[in-house]
Every structure is written in structure tokens, then in C-alpha cells.
Design a protein around this ligand. Sequence first.
Ligand code: FPP
Length: 231
Amino acid sequence: MAEILNPPPKHVAIIMDGNGRWAAAHKLPRSAGHREGAKAVRRVIETAPQLGIKFITLYAFSTENWSRPQDEINTLMQLLEKTIDEYQHEAKQQNLRLWVSGAREPLAPELLDKMDKLVQSTATHTGLTVNLALNYGAQQEITHAVNALLAAGKKQITPQDITAHLYQPQLPAPELLIRTSGEQRLSNFLLWQAAYSELYFTPVLWPDFDGKELQKAVQIYQHRQRRFGGV
Ligand code: FPP
């Protein structure tokens, strides 16, 4: 490859798409695709720090995903709860910090409770920050920020004001945004933060994604020319 231009991205955001198609291709129920997807999440969390990544945002469940069949929603929620349970121990070993972006309503109190505990118990960890976009919608996030500013009595707002009232104000904007499975749209993900993100679309289905695929995306990112509107 040609000379490396950019340092590795600090923040990578991922739209993990294609679990259902992976399952169909393997003649398995959609739930099996989601379970394999959870394994891919683990692989990516393990590899990211080796690539210099400090923050990773994973689109685990969108505000639009509530329109899926109830049994699929249940599968996803159980999988999330199970993964959070497992990371109560592993987050310490891997020095991971958990952040969550999204609306709390109508998530189950047990899930919220487990999540809150993991967020609290990992708050001082200094390794990779895993920001779980759960019950997340970017339009809702921006609206929430604007409403908070209105409630504070603001009559005029700046872009910096909005950034300061996002779900995770300390999260830097993602330099790289990945979507798997060949789809090429943002689907209400990080619309504010992705203003200057490099977009990377791969046909690989999420359950097949691994450290090598992440490394490939990062390398391609490092060779992109970023201009931020300049020349
Ligand atoms: C998209 O595949 C994936 C999701 C809607 C959910 C992502 C969830 C996981 C990867 C599993 C659990 C997550 C964590 C963080 C442990 P799709 O069902 O839309 O696939 P399709 O477009 O092929 O049907």
C-alpha cells in the first residue's frame, strides 16, 4: 500500500448489519445470526486497542428496531443482557470502559440496571471505551440536545452547544464509520457526529467481521485524504 497518511482513528463507529442475511445463508434462524454477531462484537473489542483505537461505538439496537417481531426483539435484548453479564468480569481484565448512548425508555429495568452497574464499575478504566448505541436514534439525540438547551433558557444555540448536550459529550467525533453487509446508508446513526467521518462500506456480513476486517478498514482509512472542506 502507498504511504500512510493519517494516524489511526481514535474513534470508530460501526453499523453492524447483516446478521439476518448471514443466518439465511447458513439456513439458520435469525437468532443464530444475532448470536454470531455477538461473537463478532467480542473479536472487534479485542482487536481495536491493538490498532490504536480508543473509542468504539457499536449500533446495537436502533429506535426503529422496535418494529421488528417481538421474538426477535426478545432475542436481541437477551443477547445484550448476557453479553453485559459476561463483561462484568471481562471488562476488568481488558481494562474496558462502557458508555451507553440512547434513550432509556422503554428498555427493561433489569437490563438498565445491569448496564448502569457496568458503566459505573468501568468508569475509571483507561483502555478502550465501548460506547453501546442502544435504543439509539440520531434525530432523537439531536432533538434531546436542543430540548435541553431550550429548558436551560437558551435563545440562540451554536454547534458547540449541541455537541455539549449529546448523549456522550466527551466522545470525540468518529474519524471512521463502518457499515457491513453492503448497505450504504447511515440509518439514523450519529448524524451530528459523522459530519466529517470517513465512510467505509464492506459487503462482509457482520457475523463474518473480525480483527482482520477491522484492520483492513483502518488501513484504508489511513490512506484517505481528509480535507474537512478545505483544499
Ligand atoms: C443488523 O442485522 C443487526 C442488528 C439489528 C443488531 C446488532 C446486534 C448484534 C450484533 C448482536 C448483539 C450485540 C451486542 C453489542 C452484544 P440485521 O438483523 O438487520 O440483518 P439483515 O439486514 O441481514 O436482516
